[in-house]
Design a protein around this ligand. Structure first.
Ligand SMILES: O=C(O)CCC(=O)C(=O)O
Length: 306
């Protein structure tokens, strides 16, 4: 098998669907070489947990920045068509921001709760795209679903993770003070040891609507996913993965986050995921574009001049 690093031309209708709906499934974009690399990389990460692995031996395992520890996943990010696909859909240069692994063992598949990605990270912008790829077939009832068009609602919901001020008012007051004084809430040491409970349920952000209990009130879009497909969704979109269905195999997914030129740094009280490690060296300020940190976020792809 050899690596095909260029992608098939993307149908303009798919590009329009992404911008209209906030998500699109692109069929058969990665050839078997890349699916194999993805599978090897995810299995390696699964077998080598680190301080950023959450839910080891649990029905939902999530790892942050797995490509840092997996040459296969790094190869996928650097050399597969994913960056080109994202850039083509954005019609703009793109930089890689971070990646995650979502590993669900065989059996009744665990759900991933409805959420929006942007509020977990210290970035803001309209050109934030997730590329979600899975090493296994994932029928609609275990793959990603989105609320169609919610990327355009212009609302930032509270991430459903972290310390609840109602449970720990003192801890919350301390965090509020630290934030007001400009202190870093989740520092570089989080790359050694981190949990989803290190963050803060920011009371200034509105809570998420209960979408799952009121599915008929929302325009929910989903797809049957096959290995080789690339699912793109907008960083602001409400999304989840349903659970309950039985799979005879694991559901091994990798999600990478990519940024276009409008994406800038924004220190968030609701930050749940650490900044990329090298970024801490630059003491970023609100409003600085990722291009100001070219060493951390080199250009991954840019459109060819006509
Ligand atoms: O794969 C999943 O279950 C959830 C993925 C997700 O929420 C994400 O990529 O942002």
């Amino acid at each position: 098998m050899s690596a095909d690093s260029s992608c098939q031309p993307i149908d303009p209708q798919d590009i329009a669907a992404f911008h209209r709906d906030g998500a699109v499934l692109l069929k058969n974009c990665l050839d078997p070489y890349w699916v194999n690399i993805l599978t090897q990389g995810l299995d390696f990460i699964h077998d080598h947990p680190d301080g950023m692995s959450a839910g080891v031996n649990m029905p939902l395992r999530i790892d942050q920045f797995p490509a840092k520890h997996s040459p296969d996943l790094q190869h996928l990010l650097d050399d597969s068509p994913i960056a080109e696909i994202v850039g083509t859909v954005l019609s703009a240069p793109v930089r890689f921001y971070m990646d995650q692994m979502f590993y669900k063992p065989p059996g009744p598949i665990f759900p991933s709760a409805w959420h929006q990605d942007t509020s977990y990270y210290n970035i803001e912008g309209h050109q934030v795209i997730r590329a979600w790829v899975c090493a296994d077939p994932a029928p609609r009832d275990v793959s990603i679903e989105v609320v169609r068009g919610s990327h355009l609602w212009n609302i930032t919901y509270r991430p459903p993770v972290g310390m609840d001020p109602a449970q720990d008012p003192e801890g919350a007051a301390r965090l509020e003070r630290d934030f007001a004084e400009g202190k870093i809430l989740i520092g570089p040491e989080a790359h050694e040891q981190w949990t989803y409970f290190d963050s803060f349920l920011d009371p200034s952000l509105p809570p998420l609507p209960n979408i799952e209990a009121n599915r008929e009130s929302f325009d929910i879009l989903g797809w049957d996913y096959a290995p080789g497909d690339v699912l793109l969704f907008h960083g602001n979109i409400l999304h989840s993965a349903r659970g309950g269905a039985e799979l005879p195999h694991p559901r091994r997914a990798h999600a990478s986050l990519w940024a276009g030129p409008d994406v800038h740094y924004l220190r968030r009280r609701s930050q749940a995921i650490p900044d990329p490690l090298k970024l801490y060296d630059f003491a970023p300020r609100d409003g600085q574009h990722l291009s100001d940190f070219n060493e951390v976020f080199p250009l991954a792809w840019e459109p060819r001049l006509a």
